[in-house]
Ligand binder design. Structure first.
Ligand SMILES: *Cc1c(COP(=O)(O)O)cnc(C)c1O
Length: 398
């Protein structure tokens, strides 16, 4: 029998997502529980959002503590927790001097694009407007963000999108000289591609992009919305020797509540003035108070060491899994942002995994994506392997 909530969803909610037929009602740590009491191991984490898992006591306490305080002020007035969170973010990254808050990832991307255009116009006049993005990119769903998202499916139905975008081939170092020229105002790249299939940008490639951006005074923008804030066992996924001018962040920052941010160097900030950009809701006192707690918990040597350790264990376990399953073509990603490229349809794998009470995501047509809570332990990795093994056996016997 179909659950009444599934029926209501089918009838009243715009059907932009294909959802499975169970309904979750609570979560704890790395597990979600459905209305029949079934427990699922969650390797999706609300798409890399629930870094601290479900029901983190410090996040719950912060929400309770601030629930009776100022929820919203608007950006017309000073706000203690936003200023403190901005300082924390600036202190965590040596090249960053300023922060502009947003409500989501795509909104952070829109701001970054606007700041890049503004910077180029201020410093170089008209005509330096080209944005470089790459195949396999995903930067969000608003008009500017879809314009720099490679997949036709996300872009074509809504054309015309923002003009002056050129796409390069991810990790193709040889084409960079002809791609990044004097008309370029910004290069936007994910250090690890999320939606696009978990490819990791090579350090030499990012260094070359950095050098060309310096040569042409183009801004290097890292989209770390999915890869940033501890996911790889480091605060940032980009290498220290290819530094950005702007970083966009969002997903894990609010512990499940919506917040994003644009982090930038002073030279970018110098070209943005009062009234140039804004947001009614962004960086409100409540959300920034909660985000301070989330960020403080992740930004410690102990926490990051844990992520590295469990990532190493996951890595070994995935290698072992691959040796048993020839339909696994390639392992991708880094830290707790991993891709399993497969020769069998990954949408089927994801669905069959539900029968084994395992939640995994996909990325593109041929990659299973794992972005579990960062608090995942070794025994969760073991449980994942057992369930994924069983899932693949099932898919193959069908
Ligand atoms: C999720 C994501 C976005 C968009 O973020 P939203 O909060 O969904 O708008 C942009 N870039 C990357 C790399 C993402 O993973």
């Amino acid at each position: 029998m179909t659950h009444p909530i599934v029926e209501a969803d089918n009838q009243y909610v715009l059907q932009t997502y294909a959802r499975p037929d169970f309904v979750f009602e609570r979560g704890e740590g790395c597990y979600l529980y459905d209305t029949t009491g079934q427990r699922y191991l969650d390797c999706v984490a609300g798409i890399a959002v629930n870094a601290l898992g479900y029901g983190d006591p410090d996040v719950t306490a912060a929400i309770a503590q601030h629930a009776g305080g100022l929820l919203h002020l608007s950006n017309l007035y000073h706000n203690t927790s936003a200023a403190n969170l901005a300082k924390q973010l600036v202190d965590s990254c040596c090249v960053i001097d300023r922060v502009f808050f947003s409500n989501s990832g795509t909104e952070a991307m829109e701001g970054a694009l606007k700041f890049a255009r503004r910077y180029a116009r201020d410093c170089h006049g008209e005509g330096k407007t080209t944005i470089i993005a790459f195949d396999g990119s995903f930067h969000g769903r608003t008009m500017g963000a879809v314009a720099i998202t490679a997949r036709e499916k996300y872009r074509a139905p809504f054309a015309p999108v923002m003009p002056d975008v050129r796409f390069g081939e991810y990790n193709n170092i040889d084409e960079l000289e002809s791609l990044i020229t004097s008309d370029v105002c910004a290069v936007v790249i994910e250090p690890i591609q999320g939606e696009g299939g978990l490819r990791v940008a090579e350090t030499a490639y990012l260094q070359k992009i950095r050098a060309l951006c310096d040569q042409h005074d183009a801004l290097l923008i890292y989209d770390e919305i999915q890869s940033g804030i501890g996911r790889t066992g480091k605060m940032w996924a980009h290498p220290c020797d290819a530094k950005p001018d702007i970083i966009t962040i969002a997903k894990p920052l609010g512990g499940g509540l919506p917040i994003g941010a644009i982090l930038m160097r002073q030279k970018v900030a110098d070209t943005i003035h009062a009234g140039d950009h804004g947001s009614t809701f962004a960086g409100g006192p409540f959300i920034t108070a909660v985000a301070q707690v989330v960020f403080s918990k992740i930004n410690t040597p102990e926490f990051l060491h844990h992520v590295q350790e469990v990532s190493d264990y996951l890595d070994e376990s995935l290698q072992d899994l691959m040796s048993r399953h020839p339909e696994i073509i390639e392992l991708r990603g880094k830290g707790l942002m991993r891709g399993i490229r497969m020769s069998i349809p990954v949408a089927t794998v994801r669905e069959v995994a539900h029968d084994h009470h395992l939640l995994v995501a996909t990325a593109g047509d041929d990659v299973i994506r794992l972005v579990p809570p960062l608090v995942m332990q070794r025994h969760h990795v073991d449980e994942f392997i057992v369930k994924f093994d069983a899932t693949l056996a099932d898919v193959k016997s069908k």
